[in-house]
Ligand binder design. Structure first.
Ligand code: C2E
Ligand code: CA
Ligand code: CA
Ligand code: CA
Length: 278
C-alpha cells in the first residue's frame, strides 16, 4: 500500500499526533466511498462441524478502493467509528447483508443466518431499533435469520442496553456476543440481555493446542454457555487439531480458515450450490 505513493500512505496511516488533516482526508474519503458505493461485503461461512454444512455467514466489510484495491476493515472502521460515519456505513452493511441473505433464500438455498457486526456508536443511536425495523420490512428477511454481533467491551449505558436489546429481541432477531472472553464476562448481563449466542474469541482458539490456560478458558466458556442454554461458536479455527478439541468439548459451530475465509458473494453461491447436490 505504501508503494502507491505519499497520498495513500497518509490516507491509511494517520499518525496519532497528526494535526488531524490526515484524519480529515480519510474521513472525506470514507464519505465519498459511501456515496460512490465502493464498499463491499464478504461473507465468512459458519459451519456445523457435525454435518459440514453452512448454517450461517458473517458479513465483513471491505473497501474496494479504485487505486488501492481491497482495503481491510481494520484500516477504516476505527476512523469511521471516531467520526460517526460508522452509523451510515453500518446501516448500509445491515441493509446489504439482509438483502443478500434474502436473495440466497429466494434462490432456494437452505435457510441460513447472517451475522452483522455492530459498533457501539450505532448502538447508542436513538434510532437503531427504528432502522432495523425498516430494514426487516423492506427486505422481508425472517428476523430469526438476522444476528447482531456486539462486543463485551462496547461502552454503553446498562439501562439503554437493556432497553434497546429488549426491543431488538421483541423484533425476533438474534444477539451474539463477539470476541467473548476478551472483555468483562459478566454472567449477570448475559442473562439480563437475553443473549442467544457467544462467539469465543480467536485469540483463545489460536493457542488451544499450545497454551493449557487457553484450552481451559475455551472449555469453560463452552460449558458455561451450555449451562446457560446459550449457543456457542468458535472463531478463528485454522487447524484440524483445534477442530478436534472443540468437538471434544461439544462446541460444534465453527468459523475460520480451516473451512473458509471470508468470501465474495459469487464464491459463497458456489459453495451453496455444491451443498444442494449433497
Ligand atoms: P471480527 O468481527 O472479530 O471478525 C473476524 C475477523 O477474523 C475477520 O477479519 C476475519 O477475516 C478474520 N478471520 C476469520 N477466520 C479467521 C481465521 O481462521 N484466522 C484468523 N487469523 N483470522 C480469521 P476482518 O474481516 O479483517 O475484520 C476485522 C474486524 O473489523 C472485525 O473483527 C470487526 O471487528 C470489524 N468489522 C468488519 N466488518 C465490520 C462491519 O460491517 N461493521 C463493524 N462495526 N465492524 C466490522
Ligand atoms: Ca464479528
Ligand atoms: Ca470476533
Ligand atoms: Ca475482533
Amino acid at each position: 500500500m505504501k508503494e502507491d505513493g505519499k497520498n495513500s500512505y497518509t490516507i491509511f496511516e494517520p499518525s496519532p499526533n497528526s494535526s488531524g488533516i490526515e484524519r480529515l482526508t480519510l474521513e472525506n474519503s470514507i464519505r465519498k466511498a459511501l456515496r460512490l458505493e465502493e464498499f463491499v461485503l464478504y461473507y465468512q461461512p459458519q459451519i456445523d462441524m457435525l454435518t459440514g454444512r453452512i448454517i450461517g455467514t458473517e458479513a465483513l466489510v471491505r473497501w474496494n478502493h479504485p487505486t488501492l484495491g481491497l482495503v481491510p476493515p481494520g484500516k477504516f472502521i476505527p476512523i469511521a467509528e471516531e467520526t460517526g460515519l460508522i452509523v451510515p456505513l453500518g446501516e448500509w452493511v445491515l441493509r446489504t447483508a439482509c438483502i443478500q441473505n434474502q436473495i440466497w433464500k429466494e434462490k432456494g438455498y437452505a435457510p441460513m443466518s447472517v451475522s452483522v457486526n455492530l459498533s457501539s456508536r450505532q448502538f447508542s443511536k436513538q434510532n437503531l431499533v427504528k432502522t432495523i425495523t425498516e430494514i426487516l420490512l423492506e427486505t422481508n428477511i425472517d428476523p430469526q435469520y438476522l444476528e447482531l454481533e456486539i462486543t463485551e467491551s462496547m461502552t454503553m449505558n446498562v439501562e439503554v442496553a437493556i432497553e434497546v436489546l429488549g426491543r431488538l429481541k421483541e423484533l425476533g432477531i438474534q444477539i451474539c456476543i463477539d470476541d467473548f472472553g476478551t472483555g468483562y464476562s459478566n454472567l449477570y448481563y448475559i442473562k439480563l440481555f437475553s443473549i442467544d449466542r457467544l462467539k469465543i474469541d480467536q485469540s483463545f482458539v489460536r493457542d488451544i493446542m499450545t497454551d493449557s490456560n487457553d484450552a481451559d478458558i475455551v472449555a469453560t466458556i463452552i460449558a458455561m454457555a451450555h449451562n446457560l442454554g446459550i449457543d456457542v461458536i468458535a472463531e478463528g479455527v485454522e487447524t484440524k487439531e483445534q477442530l478436534d478439541f472443540l468437538r471434544s468439548q461439544n462446541c460444534h459451530e465453527v468459523q475460520g480458515f480451516y473451512y473458509h475465509p471470508p468470501l465474495p458473494v459469487e464464491q459463497i453461491e458456489q459453495l451453496l450450490m455444491k451443498e444442494m447436490e449433497i
